[in-house]
Design a protein around this ligand. Structure first.
Ligand code: AR6
Length: 179
């Protein structure tokens, strides 16, 4: 599924984020940048140990929730990995929506700063961190659309959804958000 926004576009596919040939891949990390399961585990497994070494060396204090930091991409078919920390879902009244949008925007800002033409996102926070997929999809689609409409960058934002359920949630979100 493709949404055109001026000269830019958003794509939604079902797949594995570690296989994406893009300038930057977003990692759904934890605030210690310590590695883990899900996307984080896959990125370090496929990308190799250089990614975590660099991230821990450059950012010994880790990364706060709603922020993002950049490292190289090791053996991944990308130039950069942007490690962002989404909120843990605690019912929705502890600033989770603001923090998820902030994490997404932090990655898009890093993409602009690093002159990335393309970036791939997973569904941040919707695995181990328990954010309901429909709510996350709406939030991430809207946040990205607002950013790309305003900045006209990056040229390509691809959401890589791991399973059919997540893909369906993003497809519904696009239908709701796109006029
Ligand atoms: N490609 C694309 N999406 C994936 C992949 C993949 N290879 N693997 C899983 N997903 P999660 P979080 C989907 O748990 O919720 C880690 O331990 C998955 O189905 O990776 O932000 C970190 O170290 C889900 O929809 O990230 C943190 O401690 C989405 O990616 C914590 O988990 C996000 O699931 C972060 O939790």
């Amino acid at each position: 599924m493709i949404v055109k926004l001026g000269l830019c576009r958003m794509e939604f596919i079902q797949g594995d984020i570690t296989q994406q040939h893009v300038d930057a891949i977003v990692n759904a990390a934890n605030s210690q940048l310590a590695g883990g399961s899900g996307v984080d585990g896959a990125i370090h497994r496929v990308g190799g140990p250089a990614i975590m070494q660099e991230a821990q060396q450059k950012y010994p204090e880790g990364c706060a929730v709603g922020k993002a930091v950049a490292s190289g991409a090791g053996n991944l078919p990308a130039k950069h990995v942007f490690h962002t920390v989404g909120p843990i879902w605690k019912g929705g009244r502890q600033s989770e929506p603001e923090l998820l949008a902030s994490a997404c925007r932090a990655c898009l800002n890093l993409a602009v700063q690093h002159h990335c033409e393309s970036i791939a996102f997973p569904a941040i926070s919707t695995g181990a961190y328990g954010y309901p997929i429909d709510l996350a999809a709406n939030n991430l689609v809207k946040t990205t659309m607002d950013f790309v409409r305003w900045h006209q960058k990056p040229q390509l934002v691809r959401f890589v959804l791991f399973d059919a359920g997540a893909f369906g949630a993003f497809a519904r979100a696009v239908e709701e958000v796109v006029p």
